[in-house]
Write a protein that binds this ligand. Structure first.
Ligand code: NAP
Ligand code: ZN
Length: 320
């Protein structure tokens, strides 16, 4: 990344401008920087886990005032009138706009977005620890709510990175029993401190076999290809494997374990504004925060490099 300047033009009537104090580094930024998904248009500014202060509001904005501390995540706009927007599932709008896809995101001084996607941050959450909730937090919270995770649930989390370490905390807030799957044996102690009841080193096939048939809901947050067949085997009958992390290759599995145990494979995409507000409130009331490593904005390249090497515990956050 290199320094980049752009003219954002006139502020739209339903938009707000945010002076950025913090921006988390989500692995999706790395996918966009290297155009893994074939949708990047250069030059662009990555970053979509933003916390800052409102500095200007459009002429029709009533919901936010200048000076308010707010957050902005992956989504910056939606059409507002399609079936999915009117049903409160704006994250599924076919005309969704992502904060840093074909527009400029949060590794910056300022950013703009439609007011419907800008949320006040509860006072008890420090900005650095709240920023990763705006994408990582909602991405793991939404599928647990959709799939009804509750105190009787046995939840597995694959990959204990930015998303995964938040998933452990939210699953515990739902009262579930949590199993963490990690390729990093040195994460065991911290995973347990975050709330995991059980830790499985996913590189050990014996350890994987020991948890066969034990989970109701398994959330993959890892961005790598893995033995999905082995993960399907960890599900109980009627269990669900849900993808939020994006492995590079197609997911290939045998149909038989799906058929015999009536198991499901699904995916989930961030979450809608109403769920984001709920998630921030739950995080505030249950003490859920990202464990972060702060970097000055000017050291964004250094921070990205550390994320790439899976060395960050557990979310790198850039600060202005
Ligand atoms: P991250 O902080 O880099 O964490 C990813 C974790 O995956 C790592 O900490 C590591 O956990 C595990 N991992 C890495 N390499 C692996 C390998 N070779 N084999 C197995 N596991 C490996 O990334 P993140 O920000 O949490 O994002 C994770 C994924 O979610 C990315 O693909 C991102 O694009 C996607 N995402 C999706 C959505 C959505 O709406 N669906 C939203 C945000 C992000 P261990 O060390 O514990 O193994
Ligand atoms: Zn993200």
């Amino acid at each position: 990344m290199l320094p980049f300047r752009y003219d954002p033009g006139r502020l739209g009537s339903v938009d707000v401008e945010i002076a950025i104090t913090h921006c988390g580094i989500c692995h999706s930024d790395l996918h966009l920087i290297s155009n893994d998904w074939g949708i990047s248009q250069y030059p662009f500014i990555p970053g979509h886990e933003i916390v800052g202060t409102v500095t200007a509001v459009g002429s029709r904005v009533r919901a936010l005032k200048t000076g308010t501390r707010v957050g902005l995540g992956w989504q910056s706009n939606s059409c507002g009138h399609c079936e999915w927007c009117t049903r409160g599932m704006e994250n599924l709008c076919p005309n969704t706009e992502a904060t840093c896809v074909h527009r400029n995101g949060g590794y910056a001084d300022t950013v703009r977005a439609n007011v419907r996607f800008v949320f006040p941050i509860p006072d008890v959450l420090p900005s650095e620890n709240a920023a990763p909730l705006l994408c990582g937090g909602i991405t793991v919270y939404n599928p647990m709510r959709i799939h009804g995770v509750n105190p009787s649930s046995r939840v597995g989390v694959v990959g204990i990175g930015g998303l995964g370490h938040l998933a452990i905390q939210f699953a515990r807030a739902f009262g579930a029993q949590v199993t963490a799957f990690s390729t990093s044996a040195d994460k065991e102690e911290e995973a347990r401190a975050l709330g995991a009841n059980n830790f499985v080193n996913s590189r050990e096939s014996k350890a994987m076999k020991e948890v066969a048939g034990s989970l109701d809901f398994l959330l993959n947050t890892a961005n790598a290809d893995q033995d999905w067949g082995a993960y399907i085997q960890t599900l109980r009958p009627t269990g669900t494997l849900c993808f939020v992390g994006v492995p590079p290759s197609p997911v290939s599995i045998q149909a038989f374990p799906l058929i015999s145990g009536q198991r499901t494979i699904t995916g989930s995409n961030i979450g809608p504004p109403k769920m984001l507000l709920e998630m921030l409130d739950i995080a505030a009331r249950h003490g859920i925060q990202a464990r972060t490593e702060a970097f000055p904005m000017a050291k964004a390249n250094e921070a990205i490099d550390k994320v790439k090497k899976n060395k960050v515990r557990y979310r790198a956050v850039l600060a202005n």
